[in-house]
Design a binder for this molecule. Sequence first.
Ligand SMILES: Nc1ncnc2c1ncn2[C@@H]1O[C@H](COP(=O)(O)OP(=O)(O)O)[C@@H](O)[C@H]1O
Ligand SMILES: [Mg+2]
Length: 358
Amino acid sequence: MCDKYVIGYSISEKKRQKFNWNDFYSICESEGFLLKMIDINSDLESQGPFHVFIHKLTDKFAHAENGDQNAKAIISRINEYFCQHPEIIVIDSLDNIKILINRYKSYEILQEHLQLNDVFTPRFIEIKSKSNIDNMSMLKMAGIKFPFICKPLVAQGSNDAHKMMVIFNEQGLNDCLPPCVAQEFINHNAILYKIYIVGEHFHVVERPSFKNFYEEDCTILNTIFFRSHDISKSDSRSKWSILSEEDIPLTVKPKHEILEKIVKKITELFGLLLVGVDVVIENHTGKYAIIDVNIFPGYDSYPNFFEQLITCIKKLSIGQKKSQQHSKIYMLKKCLSDDLDSGFESDEKKKYSIKTNK
Ligand SMILES: Nc1ncnc2c1ncn2[C@@H]1O[C@H](COP(=O)(O)OP(=O)(O)O)[C@@H](O)[C@H]1O
Ligand SMILES: [Mg+2]
């Protein structure tokens, strides 16, 4: 058996290549950890023990959400394994991840619990029906005006999860593909801020995004069909990102302290260590709108991502050891007080107290 801390991971080949995952092996090694790939399709018990489990299982979750029995079986097997080994540090909790697979649920949490000055999440509704009359009345009730963005309900798992539309008028409602979420369009001067979070640390990058749309656009424009990659990749050059001359002076830079507050709130709310947030700054109010929260985003632009990750893991494992010690001390105190109650100390308890005090 190995006396090193074992970090098990299950990350797709594509993501591993993108991250240059081999570097992580040597960083783990130099920090006293052993990195080991996990095969989630076979028995986990025989591959263990693991002290830490890092995974990107979002696609499996999305497939399970869409009814895939094999994906459901894998997830329930992993869940069961974690239940049998509550000492494993899981990055990140399956229950917390599940929420973010569904855009409606994650927006709902944001809307209910965000409560930060100058930060909001745009109005949204879930579109379930194909009836324009029903949908129009729901949009009105929620106070969502045209244009709005229509996003698939399931946020991960296929290319279709990122196929979206900007809908400008009632006629465009025919383009919605339920189940989806309609989210108010926020004018933000074509700049998106992507926040990459690793525990308490974060890194922000600026990306292109949609130009501002005004009332008159709603009468002249037809639905814009797009994939998020077409608009917001660092090299995206969409015609929809070109700002008009008058809008350029409206651009403002984000305040670090507000981004810090957003990061703290998001990690607390969703209970995740590896998470990304997409933020835009509304042009006429200067308020920060959270438009998307992503599980284990692409950290390729994050400086020293692996070093930061291992620092977090070390912190968590020290915290865990301390809390285990606490519970041992607590148990010891309890034993001692039980002894006082019972008036004698068993050999077993003596042994235990010696072990704990080492
Ligand atoms: N409410 C919004 N208002 C304005 N633009 C938006 C809004 N929501 C999304 N966008 C634009 O659409 C892109 C994709 O939306 P997002 O929810 O981030 O999808 P994905 O999950 O595919 O990243 C964003 O990067 C941004 O450019
Ligand atoms: Mg996004």
